[in-house]
Write a protein of this length. Structure first.
Length: 694
């Protein structure tokens, strides 16, 4: 291991009379990167000044929803539109907006607020540049959230024939992706299969390609046209895992340090980590590929690529959100170009357009993030191919020097569908086998889960209930969890929630639920749910709580459980996310997020054994209060199965890629929400673009 010596400091340099941050400075390698903030009377951030001097202005409508985003390069410049004409549905999700280049993004949702169509076109109702259609279960009864089909429609451009690609997905009994196949129909032509992937899993969730994946595995051996998959290729993308620790087995070119970090892979790359398991150096036989430096909070503040001489500094604002990348290899501020990235439901950029609205790049991905390259009509004439923009699969920054994705806490390898480093968590849920594998990405369900920062995942809420009530039946546990889960899902798409309901997550929103008001609304919500749970009419013939009572009890437990999470407690709520909105980019890499659906944090935050014990005790006390001593005794009747849980050295909890190491031993990794900036007492959110200049 090596020490990652911090060359970066952070200061809050100015506050207003309400204690809100108005100026923030990051100093890296002796250079200061300052940001400034202006708020309206309700406390919402309406203007942010970036380190380059760029000013971004947010305009809100009467109910506090974002209606316009404008920018100017300097304070004396004129404002130019980034995004306007925002349209929202009744749940508060953005259904349409006009980009600054004149193109229109649109999103259609089903009755459960799952996106069923994402489009980009030349007018408010057009999808003539890109259309993505999604299907789920055939009926509401079988729609468990898994995407079963994605249809990609790309138009013909001049002599370059467009196509319609239909991708179909199948899952096993525990919702792991077991198959994906794409059939492509060129415009005016006939359908044919372009690629297929099939997966099997061991009992710990380690993924293996099936033999039929010969169409998508690398083929570097043999003589055309009879190229074959080499054994060396298999070691890169399809190595076998050791069931004892979920690491790739010895003898395949992979090796690990004592902490479970990958220090060598079958590609011939080697890696060195600091004491906090952050990758600081990547090398191969030719020399150093990349060098990476982090600040005291674990944020990556600098990257050096010796082969190109490029040095990139990453600047963050007061809430810890990256706002700028300053690189030696991009255009200066005065000439930097603006590009817009339209993303899919996962936040993966699928089409990029420049300031004039012309298409500059397209991207499609295999299930675990590998780019689909050169098959199914994906030609350079349709703008598929190399792209200078670094944001790739689910918004991860792809480090081209290593072909790894930077997921903030850890590095992700899309060609093997798992992380290179371990998760510090050592407990999992007996109801979720995927929580025991420390390396797996997104519970092996990459179309439903995104492993990045945000809220306490639903499995933590489920685990608290599992551990608290060993005497309840599986159906009763499911009912309690269903009520709890409803608060995050709103009966709809994960993470799509109305900011007016931030009190249900013990989170402030300066427009709707400021300090003082939030606490009152939170308690009123808890009391309303407990009233349903306590209602004598909501009992079965045995006096046990019925479904309505259990679901109401579960809902009442969500706010206090969230209050214990470092991702929630004391935070302002709801940040913009790149799904399915545009990202503003300049100088060849990211300049800014545009503002997407009001989405809750999707954090991976740690829960220690001590925290779990406290939450379990609180859960039981609440259950006794709601349902009485007799039901309490029945619910807490001990079953050793729920308590003798093995501690695996490399076990993990799901959806954790975006963790960031904060002070102390906790892994929090919260993603602040643009729109609101922290006060001295709390960390919060911000609105504004990420810029990339030199």
């Amino acid at each position: 291991m090596e020490d990652s010596i911090s060359v970066s400091t952070t200061e809050y340099t100015s506050f207003d009379i309400l204690g809100r941050v108005t100026a923030h400075k990051q100093t890296t390698d002796g250079t200061a990167y300052s940001t400034g903030y202006i708020y309206n009377l309700s406390g919402a951030l309406i203007e942010e000044t970036y380190p380059s001097g760029r000013v971004v202005k947010n305009t809100l409508d009467e109910d506090g929803s974002l209606s316009q985003v404008h920018s100017k390069r300097t304070a004396g410049d004129i404002l130019r539109p980034y995004a306007t004409n925002f349209t929202y549905n009744a749940a508060g999700a953005i259904t349409q907006m006009r980009l600054g280049n004149g193109r229109w993004e649109s999103t259609q949702f089903n009755s459960r607020l799952q996106p069923v169509q994402i489009g980009l076109g030349s007018g408010p109702t057009a999808q003539n540049l890109l259309k993505l259609d999604y299907e789920y279960g055939a009926t509401a009864a079988v729609n468990n959230g898994n995407v079963t089909k994605q249809t990609i429609t790309v138009p013909t451009v001049g002599a370059n024939t467009g196509f319609t690609a239909v991708q179909s997905y199948t899952y096993d009994e525990v919702n792991r992706l077991k198959g994906a196949v794409e059939n492509v129909t060129p415009t005016g032509g006939s359908a044919s299969q372009s690629w297929r992937q099939a997966f099997t899993f061991d009992r710990y969730g380690n993924r293996n390609f099936d033999e039929e994946n010969s169409t998508t595995l690398p083929k570097n051996c043999g003589t055309a046209p009879n190229l074959v998959v080499c054994e060396a290729d298999r070691k890169v993308v399809n190595p076998s895992a050791d069931a004892a620790n979920n690491r790739f087995a010895a003898g395949q070119g992979w090796s690990y340090d004592a902490a479970g970090n990958t220090i060598a892979d079958a590609n011939g790359q080697t890696y060195i980590y600091d004491a906090e398991n952050k990758m600081v150096t990547a090398s191969n036989a030719s020399g150093t590929l990349g060098q990476y430096t982090y600040d005291g909070d674990g944020k990556r503040v600098k990257k050096v690529v010796p082969s190109t001489g490029e040095t990139t500094v990453f600047a963050y604002d007061a809430s810890g959100k990256m706002v700028a990348e300053y690189s030696t290899n991009v255009e200066p501020v005065a000439t930097a170009k603006v590009n817009y990235l339209t993303t899919d439901h996962l936040g993966s950029p699928r089409i990029n357009t420049d300031g004039n609205g012309s298409v500059t790049a397209r991207h499609d991905y295999h299930p675990f993030g590998e780019e689909i390259d050169g098959v199914g009509g994906r030609t350079a004439g349709l703008n598929y191919g190399d792209d200078t923009i670094r944001k790739q699969f689910t918004g991860y920054e792809r480090d081209t020097e290593t072909s790894l994705d930077f997921a903030e806490a850890r590095m992700y390898g899309s060609n093997r569908g798992r992380f290179l480093s371990t998760d510090p968590r050592t407990y999992g849920s007996v109801f979720e086998p995927g929580t025991w594998n420390h390396y797996v990405y997104g519970l092996n369900n990459p179309y439903s889960f995104v492993d990045q920062k945000g809220r306490w995942p639903e499995w933590i809420h489920r685990m608290i209930t599992d551990w608290a009530f060993p005497g309840l039946s599986a159906e009763e546990i499911n009912q309690i969890h269903r009520g709890n889960r409803r608060i995050d899902y709103d009966g709809a798409l994960p993470d799509t929630m109305n900011p007016k309901k931030s009190f249900q997550h013990t989170m402030y929103n300066t427009t709707y639920n400021p300090p003082g008001i939030m606490e009152v609304k939170r308690q009123e919500f808890i009391d309303s749910q407990l009233a349903i749970a306590k209602d004598p009419l909501n009992r079965d013939n045995n006096g046990f709580p019925n479904e309505a009572a259990n679901e109401a009890f579960g809902a009442s437990r969500h706010p206090p459980q969230d209050a214990a999470s470092p991702a929630h407690s004391g935070d302002n709520s709801y940040y913009d996310t790149p799904s399915p909105i545009a990202w503003f980019l300049g100088g060849g890499t990211a300049v800014a997020f545009a503002y997407g659906m009001w989405r809750h944090h999707q954090i991976e935050s740690t829960i220690t054994r001590e925290q779990l014990d406290v939450l379990v005790r609180e859960e039981r006390a609440a259950y006794r209060n709601a349902f009485g001593n007799a039901n309490y005794e029945r619910a807490t009747r001990s079953l050793l199965l729920f308590y003798i849980v093995p501690t695996l050295k490399n076990s993990r909890f799901p959806s954790d890629s975006g963790q960031k190491k904060e002070e102390g031993a906790k892994e929090t990794g919260w993603e602040p929400c643009p729109g609101f900036v922290p006060t001295k007492e709390m960390t919060g959110c911000r609105m504004g673009p990420i810029e990339n200049v030199d």
